[in-house]
Design a protein around this ligand. Sequence first.
Ligand SMILES: Nc1ncnc2c1ncn2[C@@H]1O[C@H](COP(=O)(O)OP(=O)(O)OP(=O)(O)O)[C@@H](O)[C@H]1O
Ligand code: SF4
Ligand SMILES: [Mg+2]
Length: 339
Amino acid sequence: MMQDPGPDDQPLLQVEDLHVTVNAGGARPDAVDGISLTVASGEAVGLVGESGSGKSLTLRAILGLLPPGASVTGGRVLYRGTDLIADPRSLRRLRGTGISMIFQEPMTALSPVARVGAQMIDAARRHHGWSPHDARRQAIRLARQMGIPDAEATLSLYPHELSGGLRQRVMIAAALAGEPALLLCDEPTTALDVTIQDQIIKLLTRLRDELSMSMLYVTHDLAVVAQLCDRVEVMYAGRIIESGPVTATFSRPVHPYTMGLLRATPDVDDVQGDLYAIPGYAPGVADRPTGCPFHPRCPVASPECQSGSFPLLEVGDGRATACAFPERVARLAETEVSS
Ligand SMILES: Nc1ncnc2c1ncn2[C@@H]1O[C@H](COP(=O)(O)OP(=O)(O)OP(=O)(O)O)[C@@H](O)[C@H]1O
Ligand code: SF4
Ligand SMILES: [Mg+2]
């Protein structure tokens, strides 16, 4: 079932030059520093990057649910052409049905004072106008698909009565119950064991196909991005530094940071091998370097990389990089292949 792509075939979600500032020791640095991305109808986009790069703040800014101390200071978030930042009433209407979010921490999303079944049913009822009976049936069906044991009994419990893994699965089911057009996922399966994780990724893949559901999927796990996503956005220090189709990006990255991330990904066929680590640390929000923010850690940096601006530039085939020196990236790729 294809969903209406909206007027003029515009992307379902269009984030333009988004800035989010945070409180950091008296200063207000941009934790999200002017990022732009799009998600088309039915498309799944992965958002990856090391801890602190601004992935969660980006997702939360889209849904207008920033934590205390963080605020949007610039940019637009267009959903089917409506600016959600300028029009918070539209955003409230869309939450849970048009757009849902699966949070990194399930207790953020679930009310502590309502039974988990009621919370799932509420979303489904609002979306479909279902009777309580039909909504409950749907909630039980989804709970079973999530591998929640004894679904009927579990739905009558409160969130604090569930284990962390079960809470996470209930939250995922609640986010899906309203069959949203856009699902924002923030590390949704990190806390779960691999079997359940695999089950949920398969379910998301199926729902994506069946409902033409769009996804913006934050994860550290590049294998999940490869399995689930069409395109990937790589974040570093609050910016997007590489963007492109998943297959091309993972086989021929065009930014040294993406290369480092891929090298640092464990290879299931080579469990004996030493795991590569990108040298140094990702910078904190208050001490981001000037110039190309990756320069202190980049194996092919030069003095020119320490100042000036390094915007994300298109390099063809739907790909873009913020590295201004493609010839160095090509050289780096050759040395990696021959080493
Ligand atoms: N409410 C807040 N107040 C102050 N600083 C914050 C706040 N929320 C996030 N930050 C800072 O903003 C930066 C980006 O945070 P964010 O949570 O978006 O990172 P992330 O990419 O999701 O990291 P992780 O992979 O660890 O979840 C971090 O340096 C973080 O410390
Ligand atoms: S601009 Fe310079 S420091 Fe940044 S990734 Fe490219 S070569 Fe490395
Ligand atoms: Mg996060």
